[in-house]
Design a protein. Sequence first.
Length: 317
Amino acid sequence: MGDLELYFRHNYTRTAQAIGMTVSPLLPLVTIGLPVYNAQRTIAEAISSILGQTYQNWELLVMDDGSTDDSARIVTSFTDTRIRWISDGQNRGISHRLNQALDLAGGEFFCRMDADDMSFPQRLQVQVSALQADAQVDLVASSVMTFTSELDITGVIEVASQHELICARPWNGFHFPHPSWMGKTSWFRKFRYVSQADGAEDQHLLYRAYAQSCFRGIAEVLLAYRDDRISFRKLLSRRMRFWKVFLIEACRQRRYRDALIVSLRQPAKMVADFLFMFGGMRAARNRLAPAGEHQLAAWHALLERVRSRPAQEPMSN
């Protein structure tokens, strides 16, 4: 469907120009918002994975958040005109940059991407098809494969398919991987990100929006998500951030039951984190599903593709 759409758009433009019509640049269907902060080690692979998509009607907004490394040179070395490097030299945080990308977005759909992750080639096509198949759906996310910086696969985070299951226990967090999101740009603009929630910005947005929205999970693995082990202190900080953000929002909405439950569960989760990291009790944490042979083969093929081409050359399908 994507190739057919591009064919008609391209030929409309050529025909209009041939008869002397003034033609405005056609807007892409998908805008990809990719915040970047000092990502020189991984950004080329992330962008190359977008260039290798089977669906090609997109624009990529690379939103710099005050990088001081070589990220700018690497991103601007890509010659594909659909890629835009946007920088004001300031460090404002992920929510500010995503809102900035939304303000600049020309696409009907807005897609999330992180600078240290990689999208499998069919990602955009599958997610666009899911959104177009049901006009009631506002936001989709997919299962993701997790890997370390040493490129070792650690498992698969699976997502529930239906809105009711995704939102069944909001006080426990929405298991809906943020870097795999794609949704209606109008929906993102309606709810927008909140900078005060940085660190739990995705959970905050979902909690504010879920009662007025429709989410859909895609079982297929469409994203490779870098998930290196972090220190207990950082993990504790994330838990505290989620707790604070969720508690404030629940009270603001007068969902006092949610506020009570999250205040009971978060300390228990912190204990579970401690037992997992220092006591070797793997059962204390949510387990990842094992990656299947087909998924592992797709992972190795993705690695080969993103690493086999210079940064300035788009990958062929």
